[in-house]
Design a protein around this ligand. Sequence first.
Ligand code: NAP
Length: 312
Amino acid sequence: MELDEKYDVIMIGGGAGALAASIYTCRADLKTLILERKYVGGQVIITTDVDNYPGFPDGINGVELIQRMEMQAKRFGVEIRNEEVVKIDVEAGKKVVTTDSAVYAAPILILAMGADPRKLDVPGENELVGRGVSYCGTCDGPFFRDKDVVVAGGGDSAITEAIFIAKFVKSMTIVHRRDTLRAEKILQNEITSNPKASFMWNSKIEKISGNNKVEEVSIVNVVDGGKKNLPCGGVFIFIGNEPNTGFLGNLLPADAGSHIETDQTMETAVKGIFAIGDVRKNSFRQIATAVGEGVTAAIAAEHRLGDMRNKG
Ligand code: NAP
């Protein structure tokens, strides 16, 4: 395959952080390509109401927010291609990016691949995905109208999604491995006052069962070891996420959860490679912080490129 070297900056992943970064790199006259394997927008696309992104006092739908960002980025000339990156090599300062259909090389790379939902890793989970097991309340909640469902997790995602799912279901049992929620206080207040929601504290799902669709979950109390089977029509799992960094191999230092380490400018251990958003160690994983990290990386990238070109 012919090497395409016409870009100054290549971004891998097309979420909010990359779109924001591309507005800055394009305005700095850097030829910018975003490579996205699925759809532009990442996790924001599956969020119905975004209520904490500044500038929208009544909230904004996730799809609309992304469409607006994409239109803005395209106005300044970003190119977006639907390709999956399989490998990155660094050769004499050049970052060579191999996708499923092309090979590119650029001096600057911004890694913005986001993360996928973490799995419970229990029997029945994989077999019953799409048959009652879901990782997206916003997408699937309406399919569980008048059903009894179980929600796993106690973080912001679990409780935000639980509040949405509660609009449709008959009842919801939130199974959390500790006795306190990790989610923001405002979300905690809303879910604990919802009459459809009840809690099983200090508890974990051990098994999901059903004949071709979810019928029951087996739950164990992690304090006293007590076991219980709970009949239900669906299981929603929101227990965090895993960064999409697999194709990097050992190219960059990362933490035990494979989140990439960066400095304050979002630059990794390799000069000219930046990481932003959910793939980055210590990211707060908010849309607003991903956007801020993207803009930081874009400005730092412009400086780095200047340094590289001055040194010839
Ligand atoms: P998270 O904050 O890491 O929470 C994960 C939850 O799942 C925790 O309650 C954790 O329990 C539980 N958990 C993890 N592994 C588990 C396992 N193997 N079995 C059972 N339970 C398990 O992840 P998140 O909720 O997806 O949020 C990710 C980031 O996005 C956070 O920074 C969050 O603030 C942000 N976010 C923000 C919003 C918002 O602002 N509205 C919405 C969504 C996400 P422990 O509590 O015991 O660790």
